[in-house]
Write a protein that binds this ligand. Sequence first.
Ligand SMILES: [Zn+2]
Ligand SMILES: [Zn+2]
Length: 243
Amino acid sequence: MLPDEPSARLLQPLWDGVVRTLGIDTISHPLFFVLAIITTVLVAGIAFSAVDVFVARKLPFRAAARYLLITLPGYLAVFMLLMWLPAPYRNEVPRTAPSLLALVGGVAVLLVVGDLLSYWWHRLEHASTLIWRHVHSVHHAVRRPLTVWSGFYVHPVESLCVFLTLYIVPFALGVHPLIFAAYAMINTFITMVTHCGYDLPLYPNSVLASAPMHEEHHGGGKPHNFSVLLNLSDRLFGTFKPF
Ligand SMILES: [Zn+2]
Ligand SMILES: [Zn+2]
């Protein structure tokens, strides 16, 4: 796609704005996408917590504030560490934005790959007694009602492995930072939705992993619904259970 074609020009103002606002130093950092993850965690976390406390009234205000206060400093500390520590190398920052088609197609492919890799890691966590006992049982011990913060209640080894399954491919391929950031925001949002406890109206339950699906996974009994991004892997490998 040539940069002067209409579809390529569509995202150029957005990309120029991102570069101007964040600066080349931030965007060229190899872990730049972590900024997209943190932003999504905070925005979605605050929005869902507001619904939990003031609309659904399933969580006292103090509990929601405590979750935020535990999560916020940790994420900010990680971000500052990443940005202030000297990066071993810098990525070249492209001048042109990807075309809209490249953005949508790229995010879709990354979601499929991320779903496949995280699905098989999750299946291994349930199949291996050793990994279940020492790692994944921590997440399944999370108390109900599930909230957007429940997804972060995991063993550090699980945190690292899930991070790798979701991000190693776009990282290794060096995808355009705008595509990488969009993918990071969308997959972070989906993993938060799966723990939010609400069957959201207009949410594409038939394509994306959803809260009712994941509630079933947390429900005990023979585990189904291992996918945390799409329904695809569960449907492909026979573990999809309609809710
Ligand atoms: Zn599980
Ligand atoms: Zn879960």
